[in-house]
Design a protein around this ligand. Structure first.
Ligand SMILES: [Zn+2]
Ligand SMILES: [Zn+2]
Length: 368
């Protein structure tokens, strides 16, 4: 197909033509070139399509702005440039009556981002620094986020002459109605980009992958959220960047469980250690510690080692290490060990009196 003609040229209007002028030119040309009126002219249909394509773009403020910036190969058009798509006159009426969309015109703050980070219990206790990689939109370096290639690339909007607004006066049955609308061409900014930045296609922003370092203070827990101000997505039209929120999750530990500021740990001890008492080694977040288990210790007994738990975030208080002992009944005894235990029992180490009364009670209960 032949090179596309400039849309303004197709409609025979000036580049600064108002929407009203574009509509008028289109109606006139559409009537003249309509294939029904030109049954003998094979070129009329092509021409009719061309006029419609031009109108579809120039009558839509957003498409027109992109066309002004990039010509026929609009790089921002998700649907692949300005095709010949023409959906019949229904589309045109949409454009005639309220098809124009409102857009925010001032600076817009960038979006906040969220990053989920898993850390170990030790890292939560002592604090650490973590490297994370985030995908975000950043201000374009080449144009400083302005979207223009040169100082002259930004010019006063020819439609509203920099005012950002258009006043329209309509004659109606009720008299003259004056309405002020946001300029369709510059979207209220009063300026348009005539020389877009090559790096960011005039967007002023670029998608980037960034490595960041997150400092994690001691005492954090699952759900703790760290805010990295200004590390979110870049703002638009000079707006500030959003924030990055790092949401922490503390991984489950092999031996420790957390209970507020305390750290719990279950430690097995032998039957003889429990009976006779013993000094044992127990783990804490800060390394092994000595713990004295007194004689006659029962399974489930808990011992506290002060200030060996989690630190309070931003505080001076420390939690404790809580050691809960579990008495292990010996298995796989040698004959000699069994013999010694029998001697132990015979020596009165096992008192059956309480057991007996317990069995008496069961008997009574059963009516024996
Ligand atoms: Zn304007
Ligand atoms: Zn740029």
């Amino acid at each position: 197909m032949a090179a596309k003609r400039d849309y303004y040229e197709v409609l025979g209007v000036d580049r600064s033509a108002s929407l009203e002028e574009i509509k008028r030119a289109y109606r006139k040309l559409a009537r003249e070139t309509h294939p029904d009126h030109n049954p003998d002219d094979p070129q009329a249909e092509e021409r009719f399509k061309e006029i419609n394509a031009a109108y579809q773009v120039l009558s839509d403020a957003q498409k027109r702005e992109q066309y002004d910036m990039f010509g026929h190969d609009g790089p921002r058009m998700a649907s692949g440039g300005f095709g010949e798509a023409f959906g019949g006159f229904g589309d045109i009426f949409d454009v005639f009556f309220g098809g124009g969309q409102r857009r925010s015109t001032g600076p817009v703050r960038g979006s906040d981002l969220e990053y989920r980070l898993e850390i170990t219990l030790e890292e939560a206790a002592f604090g650490t620094e973590k490297k994370i990689t985030v995908d975000r939109v950043e201000a374009c370096d080449a144009c400083g986020g302005m979207g223009v290639a040169s100082a002259e690339g930004m010019q006063m909007c020819p439609v509203c002459r920099g005012a950002g607004q258009i006043r329209q006066v309509q004659n109606t049955l009720l008299g003259q109605i004056s309405t002020v609308t946001t300029c369709y061409r510059c979207h209220g900014q009063g300026q348009i980009i005539t020389d877009p930045c090559r790096s960011c296609q005039g967007q002023g922003r670029i998608q980037r992958t960034r490595d960041l370092t997150v400092r994690i203070p001691p005492g954090v827990e699952t759900g703790t959220t760290l805010r990295l101000g200004g590390q979110g997505e870049a703002g638009m039209r000079g707006g500030p960047a959003g924030d990055l929120y790092v949401v922490l999750k503390v991984r489950e530990h092999a031996v420790f469980k957390r209970d507020g500021l305390d750290i719990l740990c279950e430690v097995p001890i032998s039957f003889t250690q429990a009976a006779l008492g013993a000094e044992i080694q127990v783990p804490t977040l800060y390394g092994p510690e000595k713990l004295y288990v007194p004689e006659g210790t029962q399974t489930g007994a808990a011992f506290r080692i002060r200030d060996k738990g989690m630190p309070e975030p931003n505080g001076r208080r420390m939690g404790d290490q809580v050691i809960q002992v579990r008495v292990c009944t010996p298995t796989k005894l040698t004959e000699k060990q069994k013999d010694l235990l029998r001697q132990f029992a015979a020596a009165g180490g096992e008192k059956h009196s309480e057991d007996k009364s317990f069995f008496e009670k069961i008997k009574e209960f059963l009516g024996g």
